[in-house]
Design a binder for this molecule. Structure first.
Ligand code: SF4
Length: 329
């Protein structure tokens, strides 16, 4: 048997019964692929179920207000994914009559659908020979063939795409693509490598040479910068002072606690230090609670009733603080 047959057979017998695999509806595949990026499957599953209940069709998503959509995404992080899903849905309604196209080039014209997602939708939903290479696939292929090139370089990704494209010819693309992804998620994992359970072990070069842990090769990412803020918890008469200052480009449209790099803290009491790590920066937030000091007066601050915290979108770093301080649930 060749690689594609072994992989597809293994997938059919061993894949996880995940709700978004119950049908091949292209919209469901689109949502699940976007949600699964940078998020663990167990974390995204309840979000996926709620999302499909609240926005069961592309039309329902396109017609929903962005603030409600961001609230639905609250806690998943990387909020641009939600914004682009919304923009993409509107585009599909306007340009494609409400149906996702099957063609990879057309899919890539839609907001938020890059080469990986386009390949995943085309192969999984439409069963076309389209390549979807993510981190899992890069890891499996570089181990399988002992590819020493740096996977953070576009040339390496292109090389792996070409290999996968050749490998999947004549296969059942939907099972093949999901098989590679599932193998990377369940067997050929980053630090746990279960070669004994791998359907490809007889053809795997790194298994034969005991070099699995040397792959994939990836240059070290630069250390992300740290920013220190005085983060303010200001509550008065069942109202909380929030900020809409998103000039840093993080999570546009979200509310946050007022926070500043420098300020006069007289009348504020230090509570605790919190950390939040983004993909490209780290926030150190020194939380101060207002007692009687001067209140911030910049153009971004706004009073909100505490009950409104249930419906307005709050950035994850500050939502964590508000929950821990039992200001909201
Ligand atoms: S044999 Fe091991 S290293 Fe090779 S693809 Fe399978 S799990 Fe990965």
């Amino acid at each position: 048997m060749d690689i594609q047959k072994e992989l597809c057979e293994w997938f059919r017998k061993n894949h996880r019964k995940l709700i978004f695999r119950e049908n091949k509806d292209p919209y469901s595949i689109w949502v699940s692929e976007i949600m699964a990026q940078q998020t663990r499957i167990e974390t995204m599953l309840p979000y996926y179920e709620n999302w499909m209940r609240d926005y069961p069709t592309i039309e329902a998503l396109a017609n929903a207000p962005i603030e409600k959509i961001l609230k639905s995404w609250e806690g998943l992080g990387y909020y641009n994914r939600a914004r682009k899903l919304h923009e993409g849905a509107k585009q599909v309604m306007n340009d494609y009559g409400g149906k996702l196209p099957s063609d990879v080039e057309e899919l890539e014209k839609i907001q938020g659908i890059g080469p990986y997602t386009a390949g995943a939708i085309a192969s999984i939903a439409f069963d076309l020979e389209a390549v979807a290479v993510d981190g899992n696939v890069l890891r499996v292929i570089t181990r399988l063939l002992e590819i020493e090139d740096d996977i953070s370089k576009p040339a390496t990704v292109k090389k792996v795409k070409n290999i996968v494209s050749e490998m999947m010819k004549g296969s059942q693309p939907s099972d093949f693509t999901q098989g590679l992804m599932e193998l990377g998620a369940l067997v050929c994992m980053p630090s746990v490598i279960l070669c004994d359970q791998c359907p490809l072990n007889q053809k795997c070069q790194s298994y034969a040479h005991h070099t699995q842990s040397l792959f994939p090769v990836k240059s070290k990412a630069k250390k992300s910068p740290e920013y220190v803020f005085m983060t303010l918890l200001i509550i008065k008469d069942h109202q909380i002072l929030l900020s809409r200052d998103d000039q840093d480009g993080l999570m546009k449209g979200f509310y946050r606690l007022p926070q500043y790099e420098k300020m006069d803290l007289e009348g504020y009491e230090f509570i605790k230090e919190y950390k939040h790590v983004y993909s490209h920066k780290k926030w150190i937030m020194k939380l101060y609670e207002w007692k009687k000091g001067k209140l911030p007066e910049d153009d971004y601050v706004i009073w909100k009733d505490i009950d409104e915290l249930k419906v307005i979108p709050i950035i994850g770093a500050h939502l964590k603080i508000l929950k821990e301080r039992e200001v909201c649930q």
